[in-house]
Design a binder for this molecule. Structure first.
Ligand code: GLV
Length: 310
C-alpha cells in the first residue's frame, strides 16, 4: 500500500518543493502519495514548516514522523501535540549556502572592504589586511553548518577555533566546549560567528559579560538565531567600541521592526534572514532518504533530541 505524505507548509513552498519531492521519492523508489490535504488518520509522514496552518497533530494517529523543512526547530519542539519523532533539516544545499554567506562576510571584515567601498571623502588609506592566518575567527556551534563553515575558513588559512555545548573534534581546529570553554573560545576571537540552535540554554550567549571577553574591536556575525544575542548588550558594546561591527541576519522579531535600533545603527549591517535557505532539490533527497530509512526500519537521521531542544 502506498504511503501518504502530507506537505504542510505555505502555498509558495508547495510550488518550490512539489516537483523536487516527487523526483526524490521516485529516485528513492518510494511508493508515496504526496498531498497537501488528507484524512489525518491516513497520513504516514508530514513534511512540515512551522508557518503551516497545521498546529494540532493530535488527529494524526498513525503518523510515523514529522520532517521539518527548517534547520531550526525552536518553534516546533515546544508543540505539545507533536509527540512523534521529529527530524530537523540538514541539507547540503543549505550548508553550502551558509558557508558562502559566512565566508563572504568574514572576508568583508578581514579585508576591511568597507574602508574602500564606502569612502565618500576619498581618503587614501594604504593599510593592507594581514594574512588570514593572522586573523582569529571563532565559530560558536559546531553542527553541520558550523563545522562546514569552520573547515572552509580553515582551508582559507584563517586561525579558526570552535565552541560547542558538547565536545567535538574537527581535524586541525582547536575546539572548546561547555560553559567553561566559552571564555577560552572568545578570548582571542576577532570575528565571532554564531551558528547554534535556539534553546533556553543558548539564549543570550553573547551578553554583557561574554562580549567583554572579546578583544576590543571584535566583529560579530549572526546567521544563527536572534535570541543568541542580548541585543541591548550588543548595542552598548557597539557604542563603546568594544565591538567594531555586527552583521545580523536573524532577529527575535522578524521582519525586524522598522523602529528597531539595529536599522539605524552605523555599525550594524542587517540582512533579512537570507544567509541560508533550504534548497528544494537537495533537501528533497534528504527527506526521501529519511522516509525510505523509516520504512526499512532503519533509524531516522537528524532526529531532534527533545531534551536538548534541537
Ligand atoms: C532557517 O533559518 C532554518 O532554520 O532552516
Amino acid at each position: 500500500m502506498s504511503l501518504t505524505v502530507l506537505f504542510a507548509a505555505r502555498n509558495d513552498d508547495w510550488h518550490t518543493y512539489h516537483e523536487a519531492l516527487e523526483q526524490a521519492f521516485a529516485a528513492a523508489e518510494l511508493d508515496a502519495d504526496l498531498v497537501t490535504t488528507a484524512d489525518p488518520e491516513e497520513v504516514d509522514y508530514i513534511v512540515y514548516s512551522p508557518s503551516s496552518s497545521l498546529q494540532d497533530f493530535t488527529p494524526y494517529t498513525k503518523l510515523k514522523a514529522v520532517l521539518s523543512l527548517w534547520a531550526g526547530v525552536e518553534r516546533i519542539v515546544s508543540n505539545p501535540t507533536l509527540t512523534m519523532p521529529l527530524v530537523r533539516m540538514v541539507d547540503p544545499g543549505m550548508t553550502q549556502s551558509m558557508v558562502e554567506w559566512v565566508t563572504g562576510h568574514v572576508m568583508r571584515y578581514h579585508l576591511g572592504m568597507d574602508d574602500h567601498i564606502v569612502n565618500p571623502g576619498h581618503a587614501w588609506r594604504p593599510k593592507a589586511a594581514p594574512l588570514a592566518r593572522q586573523r582569529s575567527v571563532c565559530i560558536l556551534g559546531l553542527g553541520a553548518l558550523g563545522r562546514s563553515a569552520a573547515l572552509t575558513l580553515k582551508a582559507l588559512n584563517f586561525n579558526v577555533t570552535g565552541w560547542s555545548r558538547s565536545p567535538k573534534e574537527i581535524k586541525d581546529i582547536e575546539t572548546f566546549h561547555g560553559p567553561e570553554g566559552l571564555t577560552g573560545a572568545l578570548r582571542h576571537a576577532e570575528i565571532v560567528v554564531l551558528l547554534m540552535p535556539d534553546t533556553p540554554q543558548t539564549e543570550n550567549t553573547l551578553n554583557k559579560e561574554t562580549l567583554a571577553l572579546l578583544p576590543k574591536g571584535a566583529r560579530i556575525l549572526n546567521p544563527g538565531r536572534g535570541p543568541l544575542i542580548d541585543d541591548y548588550a550588543l548595542l552598548d558594546a557597539l557604542d563603546s567600541g568594544q565591538i567594531a561591527h555586527a552583521t545580523l541576519d536573524v532577529f527575535r522579531v522578524e521582519p525586524l521592526p522598522p523602529d528597531h535600533p539595529y536599522w539605524a545603527h552605523p555599525k550594524v549591517t542587517v540582512t533579512p534572514h537570507i544567509a541560508a535557505a533550504t534548497q528544494a532539490a537537495t533537501a528533497s533527497v534528504e527527506i526521501a532518504n529519511n522516509i525510505r530509512r523509516g520504512e526499512a526500519g532503519e533509524a531516522l537521521l537528524n532526529l531532534v533530541d527533545r531534551s536538548q531542544g534541537y
